[in-house]
Design a protein around this ligand. Sequence first.
Ligand code: FAD
Length: 390
Amino acid sequence: MLQNILLVRKIYASEEHKMMKAMIQEFIANEVLDQVDEWEKKGMVSREIWKRAGELGLLCMDMPEIYGGGGLDFTFNALFIEEFAKKGISGPGFSLHSDIVAPYLLNYGTEAQKQKYLPLMAKGEFITAIGMTEPNCGSDLKALRTTAVDKGDHYLVNGQKTFITNGFMCDMAIVAVKTNPNTEEEGVTLLIMESSMEGFTKGIPFKKIGMKAQDTCELFFDNVKVPKESRLGDEKMGFKIMMKELARERLTVGIFAVATAEGAIESTVQYTTQRTAFNTPIAEFQNTQFKLAECSTQMQIHQTFLDRCIELLVDHKLTSESASMIKYSATDMCGSVVDECLQLFGGYGYMWDYPIARMYADNRVARIYAGTNEIMKILIARGLFKDILK
Ligand SMILES: Cc1cc2nc3c(=O)[nH]c(=O)nc-3n(C[C@H](O)[C@H](O)[C@H](O)COP(=O)(O)OP(=O)(O)OC[C@H]3O[C@@H](n4cnc5c(N)ncnc54)[C@H](O)[C@@H]3O)c2cc1C
């Protein structure tokens, strides 16, 4: 169906990609799909599924083999994200772990930090999170209030983070803090904080309108002693590092959005072919055909730009502006495609058992997290006017 009209994706053309795709699809069909209801009831996935993904080599696929990774390139990570998105599965926070936390360590960690964490992460034995947002600041990250006071061989950390993906299950989080607070040397610094550290506690997972199997929660730090060797990068480098790494995070959100739209269209084509009204398959109404034609066109246009962005990331050339463009435009597109598709399901589209309903609820947040779509437009405009306006 949809595959009949889509452009062939060169980024996934190799035999290795085809084999990986088949393995991921098998993993989802045999080990993930029938657990989703249970995970949603608990508000989190199981630790076993993390270990199983690790065993299959599906975590940290683009990390070097010397650190336990797959030694592959990012296109394999992208494929993994897409197969989950197409089926409307948002529970396991694998992508945040493999595509966001792992590169922070690889790119800015010391050799000891890489050796300590990356192999455990690749095995799924250590679940990770990233803590930037606080109750008083999300978009305006520089305003964060969590402090890390220098105590010689360690920092004393106090503060709070909120909306943290993998927060409840995490064994380790990269946390943005203010070092040298209220002095001229004040700045944002990143620390590697293990959840077993004394004074590190977690809230219960939030009840959300979607992504119900993902354990989003608050993290609290009460006089947590963090050894100096757990600093990631230099003091005051945190903001710069986050701005650089956020391009990749935004790309992953774009990947999830485009694949969700593809999955939504595919399942709507199938549904409308089977469902009848007035003795006619819904698919035969011109409205259905026009809506799905429009959705497919939008999805294809975004997929083409997305593939270019993935290639650029693999070549270390993805700019902040392109990452912002794909993030905001693909998530807006996904929102409207899923909405149109749900409409074509009629009342069944509103029922939780139908993946289209989950896609509808799950993807609303994509326009908010990893930087809101409004912030993406600010970043794109900043690039446009860089040499003109102060
Ligand atoms: C399910 C979920 C998972 C998340 N996971 C993580 C995570 O793992 N780690 C983490 O650190 N954070 C995480 N977040 C937080 C997320 O990144 C923030 O919610 C997001 O960046 C927005 O920040 P905020 O909620 O404080 O909104 P605010 O910054 O308060 O923004 C509110 C509104 O104001 C608009 N706005 C703000 N500034 C401007 C401006 N200058 N111009 C125009 N409009 C503006 C915004 O676009 C938005 O519409 C998660 C959030 C959710 C909901």
